[in-house]
Design a protein around this ligand. Structure first.
Ligand code: TYM
Length: 353
């Protein structure tokens, strides 16, 4: 495999940076992950210097099975490559391979207010479901680790852009990251660029097929509510045909009165490129059946090649590990540089040689 090629020539200004992460907590990514974030990961490679991370440290903030985590981490990497993340252009790596993530999280945790962390809505949702005894301190500090993930890849001066492609549900974590970047700079001197959330229009929040008011979610949705990227065609078609709509018959976009149909229209439009008004016109008078049938084919048209490529990539785990080794090396070099500055700014004594 050739060496990493930068999307811009060395003489030009450095390309703006992108960082994003995904948890290896399921046997497949789902349609919300794909439309909310992963599709943007792929397209941003053309114009940005990209860092993409499978966040296994985040995955252990809830109880987990070690063998399953290992399997799902490789499976995540395979799916990302199958979707179009190109390890020659993007730095694709596993979070635990770069220990600076945990180190910077500690430093940032020390400038995060307890009240500030307590206001994170994802923590409040998850911890209220699990109860105090089932909630780990790691889950509480999860957003601080996320801030560290992002800020380690703060760009060099001259390229003051750090974009983070994510779905709508990550907006609050991104706000906290910006706050922590600015607070650190204020206390210890200009160090971090405040990152910008890169949230897609239209597909920022894909909802559950069975509960169209709730987010499609690995942890909260029932299997019938989720469209998995790796799903077989038969069950996929069935799920889409059974998606909750309403007692009407019209294929019309209306978030309040027709949340189910609206979600399906958004998915169709995002995958196929046809605008929502054009879809409404196309299915005027034809009822939900034909609309759902066609949508299932559109989804399968996108996901079938990804499913096949993922299976092929998993046949060669040594190659996946080699790719991850390279990714860790490249990410580690950037992270080490940032941490060296952070240690100095914070007042740690440099290690003697
Ligand atoms: P995770 O693994 O839950 O989700 C990965 C990405 O998928 C997006 N997403 C959705 N987008 C639209 N509709 C949905 N129903 C939907 N469900 C999930 C998420 O917004 C996310 O972009 N905290 C992050 C992982 C993380 C991270 C980071 C992200 C750790 N460190 C640093 C960015 C930068 C998370 O839970 O992702």
């Amino acid at each position: 495999m050739p060496e990493a090629s930068s999307p811009v020539s060395p003489a030009a200004a450095p390309a703006p940076r992108v960082f994003s992460g995904i948890q290896p907590t399921a046997d497949s990514f789902h349609l919300g992950n794909y439309l909310g974030a992963l599709r943007q990961w792929v397209s941003l490679q053309d114009t940005h210097e990209t860092f993409y991370c499978v966040v296994d440290l985040h995955a252990i903030t809830v109880e987990h099975d070690p063998e399953l985590l290992r399997r799902r981490t490789r499976l995540s990497v395979a799916q990302l490559i199958a979707m179009g993340v190109d390890p020659d252009r993007a730095t694709l790596f596993v979070q635990s391979h770069v220990p600076e993530h945990a180190e910077l999280a500690w430093v940032l945790g020390c400038i995060t207010g307890f009240g500030e962390a307590s206001r994170m809505t994802q923590f409040k949702d998850k911890s209220s479901k699990q109860g105090a005894s089932g909630t780990s301190v790691g889950l509480f500090t999860y957003p601080v680790l996320q801030a560290a993930d992002i800020l380690l890849y703060t760009p060099d001066p001259g390229s003051a852009v750090l974009r983070v492609p994510v779905g709508e549900d990550q907006r609050q974590h991104l706000e906290l990251t910006r706050t922590l970047a600015q607070r650190f700079n204020h206390r210890f001197g200009e160090t971090f660029v405040a990152p910008e959330a890169h949230i897609p229009e239209g597909a920022a929040k894909i909802t559950d097929l069975q509960e169209p008011d709730a987010k499609m979610s690995k942890s909260a949705s029932s299997p019938q509510g989720i469209i998995d990227v790796l799903e077989e065609p038969g069950p996929m078609r069935k799920k889409i045909m059974r998606a909750v709509t309403d007692t009407g018959t019209e294929v019309v976009y209306d978030e309040e009165k027709k949340a189910g149909v609206t979600n399906l229209l958004r998915i169709y439009s995002a995958l196929d490129g046809t605008s929502v008004p054009d879809l409404e016109a196309k299915y005027a008078g034809s009822g939900y059946g034909q609309f759902k049938k066609d949508l299932a084919e559109v989804v399968l048209g996108t996901f079938t090649p990804i499913r096949e490529r993922t299976a092929a990539l998993l046949d060669d785990p040594a190659e996946l590990d080699r790719i991850l080794g390279k990714g860790a090396e490249r990410a580690g070099a950037v992270a080490a540089r940032t941490m060296e500055i952070v240690r100095e700014r914070v007042g740690f004594v440099g290690r003697g040689r």
